[in-house]
Write a protein that binds this ligand. Structure first.
Ligand code: 4NP
Length: 155
């Protein structure tokens, strides 16, 4: 079964929204996926998603209040089939900790969205609610393409 780990910096804003978006899309397509998220940093480990991220997900019908932040580990590269970074800094840091026996495919999230290849998902942390909506629309669009690709691989 495909297993996808989304990784941002704090695991309280971008990657929990990506996790929520892909889980919702997988349910819609009746696609069996394992979906998780983590941060390259550990400052927020154990915390629920940022209240603004929780509110954004709720506006789109998804409850992410039960998620808890954790830091990514080298073992994640053996446990997941896909490790997906939300931006370039996190992608670079993931490359640095990726073990030699990694089995996961490492990528940038917007590389899965035609027309947005090579771009970073908006970091809404220092902005307002409007920024969280932009982030939600980006991760949702990418999650739809990603889920479609995983469905085609399965069938
Ligand atoms: P995230 O957002 O990486 O999308 O969860 C941030 C969370 C925390 C910080 C920055 C971005 N921070 O500076 O603590």
């Amino acid at each position: 079964m495909p297993s996808i780990l989304f990784v941002c910096l704090g695991n309280i804003c971008r990657s929990p929204l990506a996790e929520a978006a892909l889980r919702a899309e997988a349910e819609r397509l009746r696609l069996d996926l394992i979906v998780d998220s983590a941060g390259t940093g550990n400052w927020h480990a154990g915390e629920p998603p940022d209240p603004r991220a929780q509110a954004t997900a709720r506006r789109h019908g998804v409850d992410i209040s039960g998620l808890r932040a954790r830091q990514v580990t080298p073992a994640d590269f053996r446990r997941f089939t896909h490790v997906i970074a939300l931006d370039h800094d996190n992608l670079a840091n993931l490359r640095r900790i990726m073990p030699d026996d990694a089995t996961a495919e490492l990528s940038l999230l917007l590389d899965h969205l035609p027309g947005r290849e090579g771009q970073a998902v908006t970091d809404p942390y220092f902005g307002d609610d409007a920024g969280f909506e932009v982030t939600w629309s980006e991760v949702t669009a990418a999650a739809e393409r990603l889920a479609e690709r995983l469905r085609l691989t399965r069938d």
